[in-house]
Design a protein around this ligand. Structure first.
Ligand SMILES: Cc1cc2nc3c(=O)[nH]c(=O)nc-3n(C[C@H](O)[C@H](O)[C@H](O)COP(=O)(O)OP(=O)(O)OC[C@H]3O[C@@H](n4cnc5c(N)ncnc54)[C@H](O)[C@@H]3O)c2cc1C
Length: 391
């Protein structure tokens, strides 16, 4: 076993850190103004293209960075240091778009990869969250196409994106199907833009779809493939959430450690107090073990050494463990900062609000537990094993 980053991984990590440092100059502006002006979006888009880290999950022949899952995890851990969700400005198209036909790819995916268009993924509805099968958005056949009707909530980047990937129940058989819907299609309306606990550089608006007419070639993948394609997104996305939250937690611990060494009370640096030392040590433990496990599973995905279901469960373990551990880390770091930790101009305060959603989106912590338990009950404890040549 060799746990060192390869020269290429280290090079990618450095590029991602340099990009992160550059983008971090916009953090305060984003927090104070709940977003960034168009000029900042343009500058950051150019910086992303210069870094070569655009669309890290897409093949190089389509213009993406073509990184492995482990390489992506290394990059995401650096980007995860950013507050205001500025990491999301380093676009990573939904991997559902790899199911595009050549024509769809030229129209949707390749412009996204180039930073000219932006996708958003609309699955959740008022009545369909953890259980997407209860969706009520419908697609009804019309001559030469489909008519979409329904309501979509929590659509991340829905304000900024110019097209949506919409999950709908198609036809009388209610076949779960994804549709590519340009946002300017008549009948698409952004109805509400809620304010959230976190400050996020983009919004998560709600949409209604009223008699939205789309052609036959708006179907992404096949009719009925909607759940399978969406599920295949989860293994990768959950590992990236694990990586990002670990990066965020590491930044918080660096800040808290430095603060603890510098801040004096009762005539000593607070780092001399063992109760504070305990918090610092617990943070280090949470970060170290979760980084190692996330890297392990990312490596297993790349090497293809475990079957798809086992990897799905392992990614659920990584997401559950890392998002909960990072939540504990940031809570302690706020505590170490005392009153300043509650001030929005301090990154630890922002990370405290921002890391909370990682236990909710892309499947709540409870849903991750159900996935892990389901794997244990149905297939035994093999999910815990490291891959071996005999596997
Ligand atoms: C900021 C933000 C951005 C988001 N972005 C997107 C997006 O871009 N696209 C998109 O489609 N969705 C998005 N979502 C939606 C997100 O995926 C859902 O919020 C999440 O899946 C949970 O669904 P829900 O909110 O309806 O909660 P519910 O499913 O109603 O769950 C409520 C509670 O019940 C628990 N629960 C539910 N079922 C079970 C069960 N079987 N056993 C035990 N406990 C259970 C849950 O864990 C949770 O604690 C976003 C959400 C947020 C907050």
């Amino acid at each position: 076993m060799d746990f060192r980053l390869t020269a290429r991984q280290e090079q990618l990590r450095r590029s991602a850190r340099a990009l992160t440092d550059l983008i971090s100059a916009y953090e305060n502006d984003c927090e104070e103004n709940n977003g960034l002006p168009p000029s900042a979006h343009e500058k950051i888009r150019d910086a992303v293209l210069d870094s070569g880290l655009q669309a890290v999950n897409m093949p190089a022949e389509w213009g993406g960075a073509g990184l492995t899952i482990l390489e992506q995890a290394v990059v995401q851990a650096e980007l995860g240091r950013l507050t205001g969700a500025l990491w999301d400005m380093v676009w990573r198209p939904a991997n559902a778009l790899t199911h595009c036909t050549p024509e769809q790819r030229a129209r949707y995916l390749e412009p996204v990869i180039r930073g000219e268009r932006r996708d958003c993924y609309a699955v959740s509805e008022p009545g369909a969250g953890s259980d997407p099968q209860s969706l009520t958005t419908t697609a009804t056949r019309t001559g030469g196409g489909w008519l979409l009707n329904g309501e979509k909530w929590f659509v991340t980047v829905g304000d900024h994106a110019d097209f949506m990937i919409v999950l709908a129940a198609a036809g009388e058989e209610r076949a779960p199907t994804l549709f590519l819907v340009d946002k300017d299609t008549p009948g698409v309306e952004m109805t509400r833009v809620p304010r959230w606990m976190h400050t996020f550089v983009y919004e998560h608006p709600e949409f209604t779809l009223t008699d939205v007419r789309v052609p036959d070639d708006a179907v992404l993948g096949g009719v009925g493939d909607g759940y399978d394609i969406t599920r295949s997104w989860f293994t990768e996305e959950r590992l990236m959430i694990a990586a990002r939250t670990i990066g965020a937690a590491e930044r918080a611990l660096e800040l808290a450690r430095d603060w603890a060494v510098e801040r004096r009370q009762f005539g000593s640096p607070i780092a001399d107090f063992q109760l504070v030392q305990g918090m610092l040590a617990d943070c280090a433990v949470d970060i170290a073990v979760n980084r190692a496990y996330t890297h392990q599973v990312a490596w297993e995905v790349d090497e293809g050494v475990a079957d798809r279901k086992t990897l799905h469960a392992k990614a659920a373990i990584a997401k559950l463990a890392a998002s909960e551990a990072s939540g504990r880390v940031i809570d302690r770091c706020v505590q170490i900062f005392g009153g300043r930790g509650y001030d929005r101009s301090y990154p630890v305060e922002r990370l405290y609000r921002e890391l909370r959603v990682d236990r909710i989106w892309e499947g709540t912590s409870e849903i991750q537990r159900l996935i892990v338990a389901g794997e244990l009950v149905k297939r035994g404890t093999g999910v815990l094993r490291m891959p071996s040549p005999a596997a």
